[in-house]
Design a protein around this ligand. Sequence first.
Ligand SMILES: C[S@@+](CC[C@H](N)C(=O)[O-])C[C@H]1O[C@@H](n2cnc3c(N)ncnc32)[C@H](O)[C@@H]1O
Length: 248
Amino acid sequence: MRDLPPIESLVHVSVVDGVRGGRVPREGYQRGWGLQFGGLSEKIEAEPLFRHAINSVGIPQLVSPENRKNIYLLLTRYLPKLPSQNIIEFGTYRGGNALFMALIMRELNPSAKVYALDTFTGMPETDKTRDAHSAGDFSDASLPVLNERIAQLGLTNLLPVQGLFEDTFPGLDAGPFGLAHIDCDIYSGVKFAQDAVWPRMCAGGYVVYDDATVSSCLGATEAVEELILERKIHSEQVWPHFVFRVGL
Ligand SMILES: C[S@@+](CC[C@H](N)C(=O)[O-])C[C@H]1O[C@@H](n2cnc3c(N)ncnc32)[C@H](O)[C@@H]1O
C-alpha cells in the first residue's frame, strides 16, 4: 500500500514550482484544481490505501468527501517531505477523521503520532455575535466509544486528549507538527488553535481548516481572516478548504 504514484504522474499543472507569498502555489493547484477539475478525485478513490482507510474507520464521518480526499493527498504526497509527520486535530467529535488520518499514517510512518483534541462532551460557550453553533452542540460524542474503536483497530498512533484546547494544548508534550487540522467550527476555538499551534509547527507545516469556508461557521471564517491580516500570509488552497503553510 505504500507504493503510491507520485502526484506529478496523476495531475499536470503548468504553474512553476517554488515558494511565493509564503506558500507553494503549484502544490495548491495540484491538490485543489486536481481534485475539482483534473480527474484526481477518481484516481484517489481507486487507491487501495484510501479505500482501506475509508472502509476501516467504522464511525460516521462529518468531514466532506472532498475535504477527506485533500487530507489524504496531504498525508500521502506532501507531509512525507517535511521534517515532522506528527499531526494534531483541534475538534475531533466522534473521531471519524482522526481515525482516518491515523489509519493512513500507520501505513506511511508508524512512529508519527495523531493527537485528537476535544471536550468529547460538546461545544463550549460560543459567541452569539459571531457563531451559529451553541454550547452543547456535538454532545453525542463519546470518548469511551472512540477509545474502543482505537483498540479494535490496534491504532497505537492515535492519542485522544480530552478537555478544552485552551486547557490541554499548552501542557501537551508533543510536536513539532507537520499538519494541524482545525475543525472546531467556532471563533474562539479556531482563534486559539491557530495562534497556539503556529509556533509548534515544523518548517513548511500545513495548517488545514475544515469549516472556515462553510456557511454555518462565519466565526471560523472571521478567525482565519484575522490570521491572514495579522500574519500577512496567503493561502495555498481555498478549495475544498483553506490550507496555509508555516515558516516558508
Ligand atoms: C465539527 S466537530 C469536529 C468533527 C470531527 N473532526 C470529525 O471528523 O467528525 C467540532 C468539535 O469541536 C469541539 N470544540 C470546539 N471548541 C472547542 C474547544 N475550545 N475545546 C475543545 N473542543 C472544542 C466540539 O466539542 C466539537 O466536537
